[in-house]
Design a protein around this ligand. Sequence first.
Ligand SMILES: CCCCC/C=C\C/C=C\CCC/C=C/C(=O)SCCNC(=O)CCNC(=O)[C@H](O)C(C)(C)COP(=O)(O)OP(=O)(O)OC[C@H]1O[C@@H](n2cnc3c(N)ncnc32)[C@H](O)[C@@H]1OP(=O)(O)O
Length: 188
Amino acid sequence: MALRAALRKSCALTGLFCQLSSSRHGRVCASPVLVAQQRNSSTAQNIKLDFDQSTGVAVMHMQCPPVNALSLEFLTEICITVEKLEMDKSCRGLIITSSQPKVFSAGLDLLEMYETSTEHRGEFWRAVQEMWLKLYSSKLVTIAAINGSSPAGGCLMAMTCDYRIMADNPRYGIGLNETQLGMVAPFW
Ligand SMILES: CCCCC/C=C\C/C=C\CCC/C=C/C(=O)SCCNC(=O)CCNC(=O)[C@H](O)C(C)(C)COP(=O)(O)OP(=O)(O)OC[C@H]1O[C@@H](n2cnc3c(N)ncnc32)[C@H](O)[C@@H]1OP(=O)(O)O
């Protein structure tokens, strides 16, 4: 409840809620650094992180153009970001959203599975598993602010958060489409 109250006070979240409710109708990984300030912002390769120490709420903006496809590198970056936030005792909540227009995440990067080696695909799928397990088991309160389409792995990501809020726009789709793609998530 305290966190909810803090969340409500957070300008970042207020802005996000406004954005959501008013919208009706690719690399080497660099990780964000959290420094002890009242409010700080850091940018890694594919993630912009805003952290408000007064509320303990961090907002992770996915900015991996064009559609936040979850590549091995991007998945690794997400995991490192969550780990760093978890190590910061002043961080209690994490909001995940997208900086890309119309898309939260297009799911797994299909290019990681096309004409790549068995070893690479193994590493890739382990990173997928690590991402969702990290979010699902995180001690942070996690919220997916789904401000665009979120198929497949994007949906998985959202599902592993504690809460999901999705922009009310009929053009935005969410769900698992692996059957349509003829894809079976492998044994990990
Ligand atoms: C809580 C319990 C959890 C338990 C977990 C247990 C098991 C695990 C369960 C599930 C496993 C999940 C398995 C997931 C698999 C996947 O994610 S496979 C990927 C599936 N994704 C898709 O099919 C999405 C395809 N893309 C689209 O539908 C659209 O692109 C869009 C996202 C709706 C955006 O549309 P639009 O804005 O019109 O953009 P474009 O279509 O023009 O695309 C722009 C460029 O982006 C490229 N692109 C799109 N998607 C991907 C992708 N997934 N990977 C790589 N690249 C992608 C697209 O080709 C365009 O590129 P160019 O501009 O043509 O170069």
